[in-house]
Design a protein around this ligand. Structure first.
Ligand SMILES: *Cc1c(COP(=O)(O)O)cnc(C)c1O
Length: 398
């Protein structure tokens, strides 16, 4: 079937909720993907920070084949070895004592909200259920997570929103302190705001939030759905801050593209989720947890976060050098391989021009070009991406 007809059918048969790029992707390998016309692209999107080991990594593909031929799905009323091993690996390599599996980032945040509410009600008071999140955050698209998301454009038309959420400016400890009261069950932030523009907070921000939580008994929930699993140059984004959360949510990169989410928490928090209080049919199947186990074992064993930190420095240095020559770039920010270049103008046309030239990029907010290549990206591919982006910006600036 030809590309033009597929694009017509895409426009005709899908709900129109995605602003889709007019190409059809058919194959991927490492840092590259190919479209239905045979055109090759460097993929600096990784499916929005998902395919961190690159497309069709042999270890991941091997795990998929083996798990599919062994045991695809059984209910969570039974135990399976891959789910147990994955939970153990996550606990051994993080602050957490317990893990709940689910199928997406939004579901991981839903689990975090439910456990925070139940914990606060049982431990403190019945009216202690509020969660304070931040402006420009992104936490998902379900009704509760879109309520938590601090961007009205995602909420418009879906009112009434969920009760029990408040928002304060990001990176503002005083605002958070003022907003907290006897109803505050938890604080919810991303260690770096991904979707909201790759916003990196000041050094003391997470430490300050930790202190506010310790003083008040509120839980610190970190949404590491985008920053987690090595993306920022450490296995977890919070490792840069010297503090640990009470709850952390994961999804995107955890199984390199197979859908999975996870809510990790401390023992006393987990205790609120007694038998029967939460669950999900597909969650943590032996198939998906086998693939996540292969992914996470590779990321830890091959020291992929260190590699992401090194390559991230190269890429940021390259962008900062470009900024000196191209004033259309106002700021370069990020950590590891989650990088944003803020422009004086909308990022969309630049992303389009790069795609035409063979480089796939993301935007984040209106004016930020977001670079999130696979964590295994080679220096030569970063240099090539910088050349394509530099050309597109130089042409766009004229
Ligand atoms: C992508 C993302 C989500 C939502 O994840 P889904 O799997 O799309 O539900 C939540 N929080 C952050 C920080 C994200 O980047």
């Amino acid at each position: 079937m030809d590309t033009k007809a597929l694009l017509e059918w895409s426009a005709k048969y899908h709900t129109p909720n995605y602003g889709r790029t007019p190409i059809v992707l058919v194959r991927g390998e490492g840092t590259r993907v190919w479209d239905s016309d045979g055109k090759e692209y460097l993929d600096f999107t990784s499916g929005i920070a998902v395919t961190s080991l690159g497309h069709c990594h042999p270890v991941v593909t091997g795990a998929i084949r083996e798990a599919a031929a062994t045991l695809l799905h059984v209910s969570n009323i039974f135990n399976t070895a891959p789910q147990v091993h994955l939970a153990k690996l996550l606990v051994e390599h993080s602050f957490a004592d317990r893990v709940f599996f689910c199928n997406s980032g939004a579901e991981a945040n839903e689990a975090a909200f439910k456990v925070a509410r139940k914990y606060a009600k049982e431990r403190f008071a019945d009216d202690r259920y509020e969660i304070i999140a931040t402006h420009n955050s992104f936490h998902g698209r379900t009704l509760a997570t879109v309520t938590a998301t601090g961007q009205p454009k995602y909420q418009h038309g879906f009112e009434p929103l969920m009760p029990g959420f408040k928002h304060v400016p990001y990176n503002d400890l005083r605002a958070m302190e003022r907003a907290m009261d006897s109803r505050t069950a938890a604080i919810l932030v991303e260690p770096i705001q991904g979707e909201g523009g790759v916003n990196v907070p000041d050094d003391g921000y997470l430490r300050g939030l930790r202190k506010l939580c310790d003083e008040s008994g509120a839980l610190l929930i970190l949404d590491e759905i985008q920053t987690g699993v090595g993306r920022t140059g450490r296995l977890w984004g919070y490792e840069h801050s010297g503090i640990e959360p009470d709850v952390m949510t994961l999804a995107k990169a955890l199984a390199n593209g197979i859908p999975i989410g996870a809510m990790l928490c401390r023992e006393h928090v987990a205790a609120a989720l007694t038998a029967g209080t939460h669950g999900s049919t597909f969650a943590g199947s032996p198939f998906v947890t086998s693939v996540a186990l292969a992914t996470l074992t590779t990321i830890i064993g091959d020291k992929i976060p260190d590699r992401a930190a090194r390559t991230g420095h190269e890429l940021m240095d390259g962008l900062r050098a470009m900024q000196k020559k191209l004033p259309v770039i106002t700021q370069v920010r990020g950590q590891g391989l989650l990088i944003g270049a803020e422009l004086t103008r909308p990022a969309g046309p630049v992303v389009d021009a790069c795609r035409e030239a063979g480089l796939l990029l993301l935007s984040a907010g209106e004016k930020v070009v977001r670079l999130a290549p696979p964590l295994i990206v080679e220096s030569a591919d970063c240099a090539r991406a910088l050349a394509i982006l530099g050309d597109a910006l130089a042409r766009d600036a004229r």
